[in-house]
Design a protein around this ligand. Structure first.
Ligand code: PMT
Length: 218
């Protein structure tokens, strides 16, 4: 980075999957590797920001200049985000948060039984929607991972959560891999970024974010 465009700003990000326990040895999770979120945390730190990365369980090194807080379930992630938020100028939700968790977590390892096992699931909090609705909300950037109709779903999520910026991607393009193809959505429309390594895309996302912050006079 030539310009430290986020100097003096505090950025809180979420990354990776969440892990929703079923019993002491099992859980529900997804294939997010954390690579996109970690690359973005690194790019924010390189742009001069103070960075707190709230991360689900992934095996990635912590980028230089980033404070990482490890969490498992969506509710732990939400608590860690709220603890990190005071003083934050920007919140970026990169994590693939499980929308549901088992209603009950068994205290002991569940025993195998014959026949069908039914798990009851209950809804998790939407961390990004909660942060965006705070009276003193930071500048919120969402992500949307879709398997089809990216423009319609991504822009729909941006509008619903009232986000100034959202990064859309197709699951088959970027979930788990080193490269990605993303489209940035904001009030001015859609801005596609061509396929590139996530480290490079992260710099493009930070440049766009810094421009919007400056334009908004924040
Ligand atoms: O980790 P990688 O392998 O590098 O893959 C990157 C990625 C595909 C996970 C990433 O680029 C991405 O798209 N992250 C968002 C994934 C997602 O599932 O989004 P969503 O459409 O379910 O959620 C929309 C937004 O709300 C996201 O910013 C999400 O973090 C947030 N959210 C969703 C549900 C919830 N309960 N809480 C949230 O904060």
């Amino acid at each position: 980075f030539v310009a430290k465009r986020l100097a003096g700003r505090k950025v809180v990000l979420t990354a990776g999957p969440t892990f929703e326990a079923i019993d002491p040895v099992r859980g529900i999770t997804n294939i997010s590797s954390g690579k996109m979120g970690y690359a973005l945390a690194r790019a924010c730190a390189q742009a001069g920001a103070e960075v707190v990365l709230v991360s689900g369980p992934v095996a990635l090194p912590v980028p230089a200049g980033v404070r990482r807080i490890g969490v498992a379930g969506a509710r732990d992630m939400r608590d860690a985000v709220h603890a990190a938020l005071p003083g934050a100028d920007v919140f970026i939700g990169v994590a693939a948060v499980a929308d549901y968790r088992p209603l009950e977590v068994a205290e002991h390892k569940m025993k195998k039984k014959d026949g069908i096992l039914t798990l009851e699931l209950t809804q998790n909090p939407d961390i990004l929607a909660e942060v965006a609705a705070l009276p003193d909300a930071p500048f919120c950037v969402g992500f949307a991972a879709e398997s089809r109709d990216l423009d319609a779903y991504a822009e729909g999520k941006r509008q619903k959560k009232r986000l100034p910026m959202l990064v859309g991607n197709l699951v088959q393009d970027g979930m788990g891999s080193d490269d990605n193809v993303v489209v940035l959505y904001d009030d001015a429309g859609r801005h596609p970024l061509p396929r590139a390594p996530k480290t490079e895309l992260a710099r493009g996302i930070v440049e766009h974010l810094a421009g919007l912050l400056e334009a908004a006079g924040r």
